[in-house]
Design a binder for this molecule. Structure first.
Ligand code: MOS
Length: 738
């Protein structure tokens, strides 16, 4: 049995609100939690396979040029070394994320420093690492590498589908009562997932099994099959636990392809685990950006013009560019609009999706500009944003689906005590600390993806959920169990949710915040089908059926679930597909951030004292895991505001700070108790379970609340992220130190 739904119409039935069991939304503990804290959840590197050997990538010593030859003489007699593998297939599908074309070039063409060239395989990891260090890669270096995205000699590409010119922005700027014209810069970021990338490849005949750590299994199967040159049916990927992805595990990567090729030739399972330095140098970075914001407003602060023009970068030939303008298109009004995108081609590691690609830095900077406008016009920042909420999409004219934006702004202001803020900068002081408050709006596009799941109601009245959906730390095991529990009237203990195996029905995967709503909908649909069958057996209408604690009731009939099953399992597949609702309305998620900071008047150091996020993302499937996503997002916001930046050597484009000692992410002491409020919302247009994406919303502007608070505390506006001490110190007011 299959229940298929194409999302062409809003789902107004809201069945999940009518069921007797209301586990969906509750802060249920993760079923996988005990396994994870006891070390018994098997992560990619931990699979024990007979005869397993280890591979370590050897990487390009030049930033641009050609590989002439590989000299193996230095490692041929090293103990334990089993072979060196290098070929074009390594890079057919580098880790670029979704829907990208593979570049034409193979490994003989080197386009960035540290590019994987060869895999050295040995009996132990240490032997392989030694071999990889000793292996000589003879390269011919080209002298025309480009490393600086703002170098004068760059002719950036302008992707056609990411330009907008509407009305006359220059005229709007000239006639406006208030204007802002500011240029901001944001640095490259690393996803810094806790689990380094790993793949173990194992062949049985022509059948390849990959134990790995990936976010999007059904795509990863195709990518791996394509890279290795076999049929997708011959590939199985197993990825039940993923120690964080944040985009870095969206696409198949060199560790998987090289492991598969080496394992085939050696006839033994090959494990390739990246070191932290390799994660920094070979996994995608978020592009740095230069963003020029122009705002034109009338005397009431209403936008008449909005300009957002940016430059990002990537390797030559890569189709991805950071979609910085994504939320700028729809969050605020303003008839005269110019949105532009430029891509500089650099010989730096690949740029790709890093958590909340686009909005993470686009909203951050837009919200700084809005703060500038609030300051210039003397209008309160919360009020200014509310005045600019458009009635319809300012470019397409479409209406919005559920949009609790004003509510998030008001609720946040009320809870945070925003009315205590002095709008004049530099007025509040505690000893040598200057105190300030700032706020920013949050917005992120909402996406529904095709997704399938199987639900089996077994003869004993317990259920199994199977889908190749992944849980990248987000709580998928929990939420799918909860939806199934409510739909079938079962205790969560009686449901086993199995994920991350390509043998299961093909899901959306985890990316773009679409995982929970998409895979949750597929489980919902499978359960609908099972409910229909149970209603038929009981002899009642589907709409009358009540399932609760193993009992079925409907019309005047009742019976036990096991009685209705009569010794036979019922199996159903749910299949959700996006449809016309994505065109008929603009679907997005919204929120607000409020932060209080203390900036040290002597050192320029910023400490975040309090931070609140208020978010609306449709139906919340699990308040605990959803809140954790927001904590994580806001913590990224603190990192983006104050700490995080990948530094590139401008001579050869290599990553200078390639580990967690030198790439500074916020640690416990940098993060105060964060407060998260999830608004009660149902978006009927988004999915049959009225849920939208949440995973990335927590950092779609969060950093701006902090830098806006720094301005309120000190009067210093930081245009070049992150707001480190050196950028604040010079602008600080003279203080009488007691
Ligand atoms: Mo996300 S950056 O689409 O995993």
């Amino acid at each position: 049995m299959t229940r298929h739904l194409k999302m062409d119409e809003p789902a107004t039935n809201r069945l999940l609100d009518k069921l007797p069991s209301r586990l969906t939304g509750a802060p249920m503990d993760r079923p996988d939690g005990p396994l994870k804290v006891s070390g018994t959840a098997t992560y990619a590197h931990e699979w024990q396979l007979d005869g397993k050997v280890f591979g370590v990538l050897a990487r390009a010593p030049v930033s641009k040029g050609k590989l002439v030859r590989i000299d193996k003489s230095a490692i041929e007699n090293l103990p334990g070394v089993l072979g060196v593998f290098s070929e074009e297939r390594f890079l057919r599908n580098p880790a670029q994320g979704m829907a990208n074309e593979a570049p034409e070039q193979g490994v003989s063409e080197i386009s960035y420093f540290g590019q994987p060239i060869a895999l050295v395989v040995a009996e132990t990891f240490e032997q392989a690492r030694h071999g990889a260090h000793r292996l000589e890669l003879v390269c011919e270096a080209a002298s025309d590498g480009v490393f600086d995205p703002e170098a004068n000699n760059i002719a950036p590409e302008k992707p056609e589908d990411d330009q907008l010119d509407q009305g006359d922005l220059d005229k709007a700027m000239a006639e406006a009562a208030y204007t802002v014209d500011s240029t901001y810069r944001t640095p490259s970021h690393n996803s810094a997932a806790m689990e380094p990338h790993c793949a173990i490849a194992s062949w049985e005949g022509d059948q390849l099994t990959l134990y790995a750590s990936y976010q999007m299994i059904k795509f990863n199967v195709n990518e791996l099959a394509d890279s290795v040159g076999i049929e997708p049916e011959k590939v199985r990927i197993v990825s039940p636990y993923v120690g964080g992805g944040f985009g870095s595990k969206l696409g198949i990567a060199p560790e998987a392809v090289s492991a598969a090729i080496a394992a085939k030739e050696l006839g033994r399972p090959v494990c390739v685990t990246l070191t932290r330095q390799q994660v920094f140098e070979n996994v995608m970075r978020r592009s740095e950006s230069r963003q020029r914001l122009r705002l034109a407003a009338d005397k009431d602060g209403k936008l008449t013009g909005l300009g957002h023009e940016c430059r990002v970068s990537n390797l030559p030939g890569e189709s991805f560019h950071e979609p910085v303008l994504q939320a700028t298109h729809f969050i605020y009004g303003g008839d005269n609009r110019r949105l532009g995108m430029e891509v500089a081609r650099l010989n730096r590691m690949c740029a790709g999706s890093v958590r909340a690609p686009g909005e993470a830095i686009g909203m951050q900077v837009l919200e700084n500009a809005m703060d500038e406008l609030a300051h210039t016009s003397g209008i309160d920042p919360v009020e200014l944003r509310k005045r600019n909420i458009p009635d319809a999409h300012p470019e397409e004219g479409t209406p919005y689906s559920s949009r609790p934006f004003a509510e998030a702004l008001d609720e946040g202001a009320k809870r945070f005590g925003w009315n205590k803020r002095n709008p004049k900068p530099g007025q509040q002081r505690e000893g040598e600390w200057l105190i300030g408050m700032g706020m920013a709006a949050a917005a992120r596009v909402n996406i529904l993806m095709e997704s399938k799941a199987r639900v089996i109601l077994k003869e004993d009245g317990k259920a199994i959920v199977e889908t190749d959906m992944t849980d990248i730390g987000t709580g998928t095991y929990a939420i799918l169990t909860q939806v199934c529990a409510d739909m079938l009237g079962l205790e969560p203990e009686n449901i086993e949710t199995r994920l991350g195996d390509s043998n299961f029905p093909k899901a959306s995967g985890s990316g773009g915040s679409f995982g929970a709503a998409s895979s949750g909908s597929s489980v919902y649909l499978a359960c609908l089908d099972i409910r229909a069958e149970l209603a038929r057996r009981l002899g009642c209408e589907e709409s009358e059926l009540q399932l609760d604690s193993g009992q079925a009731r409907g019309g005047s009939k009742s019976g036990s679930l096991t009685g209705l099953l009569a010794g036979e399992a019922i199996e159903a597949e749910g299949h959700i597909e996006p449809g016309e609702t994505k065109e008929k309305v603009k679907q997005a998620t919204y929120g607000s951030y409020f932060a209080e900071v203390a900036v040290n008047a002597v050192t320029g150091e910023t400490r975040v004292r309090r931070m609140l996020g208020v978010f609306g993302a449709g139906r919340i499937l699990n308040r605990k895991t959803a809140t954790s996503q927001c904590y994580g997002g806001m913590t990224w916001g603190i990192g983006m505001a104050l700490h995080e930046a990948m530094e590139f050597d401008m001579r050869d484009g290599h990553v200078v700070n390639n580990d967690l000692a030198e790439y500074h992410i916020p640690v416990n002491l940098d993060v105060p108790q964060l407060d998260v409020v999830l608004l009660e919302e149902r978006d009927d247009w988004a999915s049959p379970i009225q849920a939208k994406g949440l995973g990335e919303l927590g950092l779609c502007g969060a950093g701006a609340a902090i830098t806006n608070a720094i301005f309120n505390a000190t009067g210093v506006r930081v245009y070049d992220y992150p707001a480190t001490l050196d950028k604040i110190l010079d602008g600080l007011p003279e203080l009488d130190m007691v």
